[in-house]
Design a protein. Structure first.
Length: 414
């Protein structure tokens, strides 16, 4: 009997949820509140959006024009009787929150800046992909929404595979249509250095190009097969500024990633003095994986170089957060490097893991002094967590849990 009751309630629950889901089959991500109110609104002429009390910012007007253009693109030349009103005067509980109410003769939207922009994205999702004829039908409904998480991001690595700024812009535009607000732009790695640094021109002259690329996965076959085609590309600082401005217009924050201390093949190929053993022959990596030649942690010139690079990065990106990687850094070279071993001895460090922690903390101190915070992959936990770092745990949940426990313990101690 208990099993039958359980199955009944489970079936009732899923049917109820299925009905709610069927009500919203257009808006992604699903809004907090979505209610169809019956009937639909018909748009069969040119529309004009009005702001309540004519109160709006330039960005809010731009959002309105986006919706106007979408509604008018296939509409006949006659003027529509439809009333569309935006109200940016009300303070909602979240700056990214919004409310939409569609009745049989009007569309009312409440929100400010980001919220108004996201309301427009939801309205655009309600429109048919391929309108047939000159009339557009939209269901009458009420939507109230605000994001559950303040950070909603996507990560794109342009080092292994380079993408033009037009592709990057399209990527950002699609992010914003789904209300994602942080673009993590992975700009440097073993296979290519993709950002112009004016103080170190060889980073792009040499470090942005590899002679060829491995075909397939490195675990697929041996020996390796390469395509024999030179491959490269980088973004000028002017192009970076253009992308940053485009992202700002779409309420997307760009977090640049400058890899350190590992994944440095491209950088040390351009400037071998940054490696533990400069006399070796280096090349921009042509295959995938982890490479043992990394930035030398025992040389002050390494930190001078990285601080110079980050100074130019800070000038280009307004983001409060700068990602410094910190993942997959082999300690093989550090163990054999006299400069690194001297640094370990002078600082009374236990091992090379603590040397990496020193490396991260030193970079963090520089970024903090310049008003920025660091993001890093969960390997930066090895050897001790830097004071203000945010950890991205790519190897599973354990890194995030450990980072949280470490910070909780630190707060309790203080």
């Amino acid at each position: 009997m208990k099993k039958l009751l359980f199955l009944f309630f489970a079936l009732f629950y899923f049917i109820g949820n299925s009905q709610n889901f069927q009500q919203n089959n257009s808006i992604i991500p699903a809004p907090n509140f979505f209610k169809l109110t019956g009937d639909s609104i018909r748009i069969n002429g040119k529309v004009q959006i009005n702001f309540k009390n004519k109160n709006y910012s330039k960005k809010e007007l731009k959002s309105a024009k986006i919706l106007e253009s979408a509604l008018n693109i296939s509409a006949p030349s006659k003027k529509s009787n439809l009333r569309i009103e935006f109200d940016s005067s009300k303070n909602l509980s979240s700056k990214e929150g919004y409310k939409i109410e569609i009745t049989s003769n009007k569309i009312m939207v409440e929100g400010q800046e980001e919220g108004l922009f996201y309301a427009v994205q939801s309205l655009l999702q309600l429109l048919p992909n391929k309108p047939s004829g000159t009339e557009i039908k939209i269901p009458c409904l009420i939507i109230e929404d605000q994001p559950q998480y303040s950070y909603r991001g996507l990560h794109l690595d342009v080092c292994r595979h380079f993408f033009s700024i037009n592709v990057i812009k399209d990527f950002i535009a699609q992010m914003s249509s789904y209300k994602l607000n942080n673009f993590h732009w992975h700009l440097t790695d073993d296979q290519g250095w993709r950002i112009e640094i004016k103080k170190y021109p060889k980073l792009t002259e040499i470090g942005s190009k590899r002679n060829q690329t491995l075909i397939g996965n490195k675990f697929e076959r041996t020996p390796f097969f390469f395509d024999g085609n030179p491959y490269g590309g980088f973004y000028t600082q002017e192009e970076i500024k253009e992308v940053v401005k485009f992202a700002e217009d779409h309420y997307v924050n760009i977090i640049p990633e400058i890899e350190m201390p590992g994944h440095a093949s491209a950088a040390i190929t351009a400037y071998p003095n940054l490696a533990c053993f400069p006399e070796r022959n280096y090349k921009v990596a042509e295959s995938w994986g982890v490479f043992e030649d990394v930035f030398c942690a025992g040389k002050d010139e390494t930190f001078t170089f990285l601080e110079d690079v980050l100074t130019e990065v800070i000038a280009l990106f307004p983001s409060k957060n700068i990602h410094i990687g910190g993942d997959e850094c082999p300690k093989t070279r550090w163990k054999a490097c006299p400069n690194c071993q001297k640094r370990i001895k002078d600082l009374s460090l236990k091992n090379e893991h603590e040397l990496q922690s020193y490396f991260i903390k030193r970079i963090e101190k520089f970024l903090n002094a310049n008003g920025r915070q660091i993001f890093g992959w969960d390997e930066i936990l090895e050897g001790g967590l830097a004071p203000n770092v945010a950890v991205m745990s790519w190897r599973g949940e354990s890194g995030g849990i450990h980072a949280t426990e470490t910070e909780t313990s630190r707060c309790n101690d203080s």
